[in-house]
Write a protein that binds this ligand. Structure first.
Ligand code: AMP
Length: 379
């Protein structure tokens, strides 16, 4: 029987970045307490949480200390060692389960899970040496991307390989023992669907979001994604199917490629809220963060209906290059919401905050979000 973790209880979060921060804001709004554990202190999540435990994820005594003080544990960062999830699970429910983290932590396990369950993915193979890479490249006979099997995000641990290029340079640049070689997808658009599944098995998806990356980091997103209703239904069906197959209890983002002929291929899974779903914090009946609270606490899910077309633009540390951005200028856009994550040190590529704009169309929302972002640096 499902015993819901009710408001007043305490939720533990492994990880302490902006995803945990927005989760903690939603949880506190609903009357929960939040404890967080990560190797850093004064973190985006810790600034909102009731308690911040400062310890490495490998410190299983610290993980057990977190678990003893809370009623349920979730993640905002999937690269937590499985030993930490297992240690916590001996004491309290861990949602999503550690087994789901393990699938998402490793690109080979992820793509193998997807393809063996009939979800569409680009052609891929496992390679563990330069010679094996060379022979795979010959059989692919197309441009490809070589990725480390483990610990990848935001395009880290990836090397592009042109059609006909040799294996040697790519293999030494990647510097990994185990890698996945993927056929390059010539896509028209990158999209994502954030899906939630409750402990009782209810599934709800947020609107399909179109994502634009620069230097392999998400730059901006718009929702609803401009696409045919057929492609939209395929993307949502795939996300629902994956949540069901994984037996997810929580929130999961499914990142996908859409090709010119309307084929949808899954690129990556993130078993937590996602940057591409940040617009839901302002423009949806329920946000992805509230949905995570509901899902991991064993409550019914909230409605995912989008209230207005929206766009989200990331604020990376690069915007701080010539000093603190002009936040007042961005606030002159009344339809734009400013989110900052409380990070003290802006580094190039570091996600410091985002802007969400709402308008009558997603295109207009994007125009507003980008104009407000330019105003930050006086452009
Ligand atoms: P990832 O770290 O796997 O999410 O990849 C980061 C970005 O690299 C994606 O958002 C795509 O823009 C690009 N990318 C990754 N894999 C492929 C692929 N097989 N074909 C084309 N582009 C890719």
């Amino acid at each position: 029987m499902n015993h819901a973790v009710l408001p007043g209880a305490t939720i533990g979060v492994l990880g302490s970045g902006q995803l945990g921060r927005m989760f903690a804001i939603s949880a506190r709004r609903m009357g929960y307490r939040v404890h967080t554990l990560s190797p850093e202190d004064d973190t985006p999540t810790g600034q909102i949480a009731d308690l911040e435990i400062n310890a490495p994820y490998e410190d299983l005594d610290a993980v057990r200390e977190l678990a003893r003080g809370v009623d349920v544990i979730t993640f905002e960062f999937e690269n937590v060692p499985s030993s930490a999830a297992a240690a916590a699970a001996e004491l309290v429910p861990v949602r999503p389960a550690g087994a789901i983290l393990e699938v998402a932590q490793n690109r080979l396990r992820e793509k193998t899970f997807l393809s063996s369950n009939g979800f569409p993915v680009t052609r891929f193979s496992r390679v563990t040496s330069s010679a094996a890479l060379q022979s795979e490249l010959e059989s692919f006979d197309s441009a490809a991307i070589l990725k480390t099997a483990a610990w990848g995000y935001d395009g880290k641990g990836q090397v592009s390989i042109a059609r006909g290029a040799g294996a040697g340079e790519a293999w030494s640049r990647l510097a990994a023992d185990e890698a996945i070689l993927e056929q390059l997808v010539v896509f028209e658009r990158e999209v994502s669907v954030v899906v939630a599944r409750s402990v009782a098995g209810e599934i709800r998806c947020f609107e399909v979001t179109a994502n634009h990356h620069t230097n392999k980091i998400l730059d901006y997103s718009i929702a609803p994604a401009p696409m045919s209703s057929h492609v939209r239904s395929s993307a949502i069906e795939i996300a629902r199917g994956i949540a069901e197959k994984l037996g997810l209890e929580g929130v999961l983002c499914v990142e996908m490629f859409v090709t010119a002929n309307g084929e949808v291929l899954v690129n990556e899974l993130a078993p937590r809220p996602h940057n591409s779903g940040h617009w839901t914090f302002d423009a949806s009946i329920t946000s992805q963060f509230e949905q995570q609270v509901r899902a991991v606490c064993g409550l019914p899910l909230g409605a995912t209906r989008q209230l207005r077309p929206a766009a989200m633009a990331n604020l990376l540390g690069d915007l701080w290059e010539h000093g603190v951005p002009d936040f007042e200028a961005a606030c002159r856009f009344p339809e734009v919401k400013l989110h900052l994550y409380g990070k003290a040190v802006p580094r190039p590529g570091r996600k410091m905050g985002h802007l969400t704009a709402m308008a009558d169309t997603a295109e207009e929302a994007l125009r507003l979000a980008l104009a407000a972002r330019e105003a930050l640096t006086g452009k």
